[in-house]
Design a protein around this ligand. Structure first.
Ligand code: DC
Length: 218
């Protein structure tokens, strides 16, 4: 198979990372979760008591990705593996704000472009098809109803032993989407040449197969 990059964008909790991981595995490609980078920077922002000097925050930040055979992508922030903290509620509540800041985006996008230089990458996020990998061989824009996305998030939380309220999850997801779609710098939007894939009511296997078929047809 020729070497390609796949860009997977879409709103919060649309199942992008679950699908991206499976597609990458099936095609022996590397999965890159760009949201985790913004989450790591947010983690540091919170540790620094929400100081709003993003230029200084970025200038003092070292961030890189490593891969663990069992655990997958790990995020190393200032020499510490912070991956296990990145799904915490505090981080989720603040990440859209932090990700809207210019120094943060410039820093993260540069790293993401470098990672994809040699191809063979499945990358998920919000601006992958539009900004990070505008020449990706396949671009998919994944959507699902807010109701279903909240239900999936609730199940995820259950598996992690976290109690959550469905209505509250719906509100949080809708709020994050609104922020991500309306920020000034590279907002979440479908690239003109992306294929829209509505995953509402579809199983993980079905969605994975649909993308694998798209790859075959490139
Ligand atoms: O995919 P996620 O939920 O881990 O992403 C967390 C936040 O990071 C999301 O609300 C917006 C931001 N993000 C972004 O702005 N650009 C990306 N490429 C990925 C994530």
């Amino acid at each position: 198979m020729k070497l390609i990059n796949i860009a997977l964008d879409g709103p919060a909790a649309a199942g992008k990372s679950t699908i991206a991981k499976r597609v990458a595995e099936q095609l022996s490609m590397i999965y890159v979760d760009t949201g985790a980078m913004y989450r790591a920077i947010t983690y540091k922002y919170l540790k620094q008591n929400k100081t709003d000097d993003f230029e200084a925050l970025i200038n003092s930040t070292e961030l890189y990705l490593t891969y663990d055979n069992e655990k997958g992508q790990r995020i190393i922030l200032d020499n510490t593996d912070v991956t296990d903290y990145l799904r915490e509620n505090d981080v989720t509540q603040n990440v859209s704000y932090v990700a809207s800041k210019e120094p943060v985006r410039t820093f993260a996008v540069k790293k993401q472009k470098e990672l994809a230089d040699n191809k063979g990458i499945v990358m998920d996020g919000r601006d992958i098809g539009t900004v990070v990998l505008p020449n990706a061989e396949l671009k998919v824009y994944m959507i699902a109803s807010v109701e279903e996305r909240a239900q999936r998030r609730q199940k995820d939380n259950e598996l992690r032993g976290i109690d959550s309220n469905l209505e509250q999850l719906k509100e949080e997801i809708a709020e994050r989407d609104h922020y991500d779609m309306n920020r000034e710098i590279s907002p979440l939007t479908k690239a003109d040449d992306a294929v829209t894939l509505d995953t509402t009511g579809k199983s993980i296997e079905t969605v994975t197969d649909e993308i694998l078929t798209m790859v075959k047809n490139i």
